[in-house]
Write a protein that binds this ligand. Sequence first.
Ligand code: ATP
Length: 328
Amino acid sequence: MHHVSTAQESTAQESTAQESATVARLSGVTQRYGNIEALTGLDLNVQQGEVLALLGPNGAGKTTAISLLLGLLRPDEGQATLFGRDPREPEVRCRMGAMLQDSGIAPTLKVEEQIDLFRSYYPSPAPTRRLVEAAELHELMDRRSNELSGGQLQRVMFALAMAGDPELLFLDEPSAGLDLDSRRRLWAAIRELTAGGRTVLLTTHYLEEAAALADRVAVIHRGRLIAEGTPEQLEAQVSGKLVRCKTSIDPDILRPMDEVSRADRRGSSLEILTPHAESVVRRLLEMDPQLSDLEVSGVGLEQAFLALTGDDPGSASESSHNQREHAA
Ligand code: ATP
């Protein structure tokens, strides 16, 4: 993980300033549901003004982390704080907004009534006009929630999360289930909002979403933080190249090789992630002289994420373990 500051140079004043810039924090949090340990000793800081993406595959613990920060769950071990206080305190709650997977929207209220209702909960709500513009709701104000499409409903939920003009916004998988066009429009709305210096914690499975919106990405896997940094830093953590070619070679034969971090079939191509592209290409050509369409490229965020989590359905668990070692 990245650690930039030099501890010895830090004065007490600097650490106090850093402390006040942290708006949401999980410290050593372990959370269980019966026998399932959803989070294990998780530390997470959200700094004022940043957009932090919590990225991880299904079941990684992202929603659990958000629920703890919202005060919907209390940690079994460790501490969750918002603005340095207990997330359940009313003064703290009115400074944040949340868009969760479970909407809680009344199906029979019109969008306009729903927005008025949410605005009434807060001491200084955002002007309705701003919410309507940000979420593109002009045509939908007279419609009831049960008459909206999935994408329209997501936009209403986004507006409701913004109703209190919050300093801190939680977005739990904001574009889940949206088509590409709706997703891009929602991203544009989120970007416009965050350009104003608001703090956002969002969770996502989509690498594209993390790269499009976030200043910083925290990758969690099986309840633990496994990597943290800017999207560019994460890419750099996985040094190596992606070798792609058309061949009849079975990826199962390649996976046990030391220099192969992962090997998968993608359509008619074979993809290999490796820190030693030259020797891998030499081996491939020895094994299959008919090999064609050979390409060697740098590793993008998607490969970095897969290499870090090893969470590709096509990969064997042993090779996943190797990938994590390689990435560390
Ligand atoms: P997804 O991307 O699929 O929403 P996630 O990263 O948000 O996943 P969580 O919903 O936090 O993950 O779940 C973490 C783990 O805790 C999973 O193994 C999940 O099955 C388990 N879990 C979550 N909520 C409950 C619950 N109410 N009861 C029992 N187990 C739960």
